[in-house]
Design a protein around this ligand. Structure first.
Ligand code: ZN
Length: 203
């Protein structure tokens, strides 16, 4: 499986990092070795001193597809969860300055903690999902899918023009504002609506 991530999909987050608001989705990927499940602790690597949390809605792809039309795109994911797109901001910044790819800042081991997934059918409107990340009990990030720049269907249609989607692939759909540095000893908890889906420690 693969993990496809959307960068800058919420206006306020693009602004907080002084990035332009995109007119087409910004795409990058993480390998399957980035997955961290079952609320296992994240072990802070020593190659970065500025790893940021980015809480995101994650879609699970349920069937193979390429060149998917936007009007059928909703049929290609059937479960929704939460994930954290850990980002080594110091490494990313250096690569951005040189115009180089971001992989080292985004694709490292354990850089994609994911929750359990909930069937899409349990949500009356996937564009009215509130989610948040608390760090040590204080809310750091709060988002709503009502504020997405690119809809889930839009993202699926766009990505599948280039990359075939397969059952089990995950799509990280972008983070709202409030990204920030994590520290050893922090406890991260994340909620989709009122349901706690992530609860893990930084070690
Ligand atoms: Zn992200």
């Amino acid at each position: 499986m693969k993990i496809i991530c959307i960068g800058r999909n919420y206006v306020e987050h693009a602004k907080e990092l002084n990035n332009p608001v995109p007119t087409v989705p910004v795409i990058f990927m993480k390998p399957d070795t980035a997955i961290l499940k079952d609320n296992k602790p994240f072990y802070h690597p020593d190659f970065s001193t500025d790893i940021h949390h980015e809480i995101e809605i994650v879609l699970k792809v349920c069937k193979e597809g390429k060149h998917i039309a936007e009007k059928f795109a909703a049929n290609y994911y059937d479960e929704i969860g939460l994930g954290v797109d850990f980002t080594a901001r110091d490494i990313q910044q250096k690569h951005k300055e040189k115009g180089l790819p971001w992989e080292l800042a985004k694709a490292f081991d354990q850089s994609a903690p994911v929750s359990n997934f909930i069937p899409k059918s349990q949500f009356s409107d996937v564009y009215k999902l509130d989610f948040r990340l608390d760090v040590n009990g204080q809310t750091a990030q709060k988002g709503s899918t009502a504020n997405l720049i690119f809809s889930f269907e839009n993202v699926i249609a766009f990505v599948s023009q280039y990359v075939t989607l397969k059952k089990g692939d995950l799509i990280f759909t972008g983070t709202p504002e409030g990204v920030g540095k994590i520290n050893i000893g922090d406890r991260l908890t994340a909620y989709l609506g009122n349901e706690k889906l992530l609860d893990f420690e930084i070690k």
